[in-house]
Design a protein around this ligand. Structure first.
Ligand SMILES: *[C@@H]1O[C@H](CO)[C@@H](O)[C@H](O)[C@H]1NC(C)=O
Ligand SMILES: *[C@@H]1O[C@H](CO)[C@@H](O)[C@H](O)[C@H]1NC(C)=O
Ligand SMILES: *[C@@H]1O[C@H](CO)[C@@H](O)[C@H](O)[C@H]1NC(C)=O
Ligand SMILES: *[C@@H]1O[C@H](CO)[C@@H](O)[C@H](O)[C@H]1NC(C)=O
Ligand SMILES: *[C@@H]1O[C@H](CO)[C@@H](O)[C@H](O)[C@H]1NC(C)=O
Ligand SMILES: *[C@@H]1O[C@H](CO)[C@@H](O)[C@H](O)[C@H]1NC(C)=O
Ligand SMILES: *[C@@H]1O[C@H](CO)[C@@H](O)[C@H](O)[C@H]1NC(C)=O
Ligand SMILES: *[C@@H]1O[C@H](CO)[C@@H](O)[C@H](O)[C@H]1NC(C)=O
Length: 407
């Protein structure tokens, strides 16, 4: 969810709730081998999944962005250069995934929550006196810092917020160096963010939902500055129950992280998200819901539906509502059938082991939830850690195949 905040602030939210918080065009390319940025891959055993927090975070996040107007940004063209790979850390048993992004000259490394459900690049700065646990961006120490000065602010539905000023600097993502990237420097963060495990958030949604109009997202700049071979990025999110970790591949994809055939699904980016049309949801072979909109969001931990759909899914698994959007489900999933999403005529699976998100003794919380405040469904990390997705910003569309961690 990144955030509950859905968008930009996703990362922030996590802390608070503990929670949770995702164009084909042909260029001449000159494929090169990508260098790999290395970050240790590990699951954090200290973090306890919290379904309620994850749900609250997602709600807060989307409450903001669902109202924003849409417009389009364009990629430029130019010849291209490479692929950038960023390993990510699986934090808190699949609650959130973050990787290292370097900003400034000389470069400073920041822990950044990658969020396809928002579009801002936001970091803590030395102007923020309450930001105590984070690496702070200090503009006087970067030779490539360029002042902008326009204000930005983000308010989430849960009351958390952050604000500051815009600047420009050099940003390095997996060995891809973006010049003149607009960054949002926080001068103030509410406590959930100020004490979080990440230093900021990197939005991989569309430019139409940046908090300040007209800013290009880092991925849009990678495309317009000719820095990637192709206008796509591949996302592998690992499962803590396997090896954890994960990887974003900018400008390409990594076939060693999926097993099976890639199927294309058209994307509706009119709300700024990676929107997909879900024609059917099945439990095993039994349809429980059909014909609704969803978004692919690496920044949201759970599967979040409208109340009606969630209740149908719950019923099929014998799960009971807790009255707050979460469900209690049996801890023994051995008889469960997989949850199946049909998109563009193909089925994509969430296997039974992923249907429980949190276990407290013999009380298990389902990995799906609802919010009456949201008018769209969110295929968050519960879906994405089972399915490898190649996001194509130009078509736009996605290609999805079973991730190696699905089995
Ligand atoms: C890419 O990353 C590798 C490993 O961190 C590093 O050795 C290499 O110099 C980098 N390449 C470029 C072009 O920045
Ligand atoms: C920022 O960097 C400058 C120059 O190195 C230094 O004087 C200043 O103390 C730093 N600010 C903070 C808050 O660390
Ligand atoms: C970045 O900005 C500088 C100064 O305006 C300009 O000279 C340079 O061409 C820009 N680089 C890119 C890749 O836009
Ligand atoms: C931002 O959040 C803090 C902490 O929750 C709160 O005290 C403050 O009033 C909020 N600011 C705004 C403008 O909402
Ligand atoms: C895309 O989504 C918008 C908003 O949900 C909707 O109005 C529009 O009809 C959709 N476009 C297509 C082609 O489905
Ligand atoms: C769906 O039905 C087919 C044919 O009866 C069966 O082979 C398959 O195992 C079923 N799939 C699931 C997930 O139950
Ligand atoms: C939710 O979206 C659907 C279709 O996009 C629309 O028909 C419905 O009126 C919306 N409901 C609310 C509460 O916004
Ligand atoms: C891919 O799937 C095949 C068939 O199910 C299986 O034999 C193979 O081990 C899988 N490979 C990986 C890397 O999961």
């Amino acid at each position: 969810m990144k955030y509950t905040l859905v968008s930009s602030c996703v990362a922030l939210v996590l802390l608070t709730f503990g929670g949770v918080d995702a164009y084909p065009r042909n260029k001449q390319t000159k494929p090169t081998k990508q260098p790999t940025l290395s970050v240790s891959l590990k699951a954090n055993a200290d973090y306890t999944p919290n379904v309620r927090a994850s749900l609250a975070k997602a709600v807060a996040k989307f409450t903001k962005h669902s109202e924003r107007p849409v417009s389009n940004s364009n990629a430029g063209d130019s010849g291209t250069v490479s692929i950038g790979v960023v390993p990510v850390v699986d934090y808190g048993h699949d609650i959130m995934y973050y990787g290292i992004v370097s900003i400034g000259s000389p470069p400073v490394d920041f822990k950044i929550n990658f969020d396809t459900g928002s579009s801002d690049l936001w970091i803590a700065s030395t102007m923020c006196s309450s930001c105590t646990t984070q690496t702070l961006y200090n503009s006087t120490q970067s030779k490539t810092y360029v002042k902008d000065g326009r204000p930005w602010s983000i308010y989430y539905g849960d009351g958390s917020n952050a604000s500051g000023v815009l600047a420009q600097d050099t940003v390095v993502i997996g060995n891809i160096t973006i010049a003149n990237q607009t960054i949002e420097l926080a001068q103030q963060e509410s406590s959930s963010f100020a004490h979080g495990v990440t230093d900021g958030l990197l939005g991989l949604g569309f430019g139409s939902i940046t908090t300040v109009d007209g800013i290009k997202t880092p991925f849009e700049n990678m495309i317009s500055q000719g820095l990637v071979d192709s206008p796509v990025f591949g996302v592998y999110l690992g499962k803590a129950s396997k090896k954890g970790g994960g990887e974003y591949t900018f400008g390409g994809s990594n076939p060693s992280k999926y097993n099976g055939t890639l199927h294309t699904v058209p994307v509706n980016s009119s709300r700024g998200y990676w929107g997909v049309d879900i024609s059917n949801v099945k439990v095993g072979n039994t349809s429980v819901a059909s014909g609704f909109d969803g978004i692919l969001d690496t920044g949201t931990t759970l599967l979040i539906f409208t109340e009606e759909i969630a209740n149908n899914v719950a019923k099929a698994y014998g799960a009971t509502g807790n009255g707050d959007g979460t469900f209690r489900i049996a801890c023994d999933t051995s008889k469960f059938k997989p949850l199946v999403f049909t998109m563009n005529g193909n089925d994509f699976y969430v296997p039974r082991d992923s249907l429980i998100f949190q276990q407290d003794g013999d009380y298990c919380f389902a990995a799906f939830a609802y919010s009456s405040g949201l008018n769209l469904s969110i295929l968050g990390d519960v879906f994405l850690k089972n399915n490898y997705v190649i996001f194509n910003q130009e078509v736009p569309s996605v290609q999805i195949a079973p991730s190696i961690d699905q089995f």
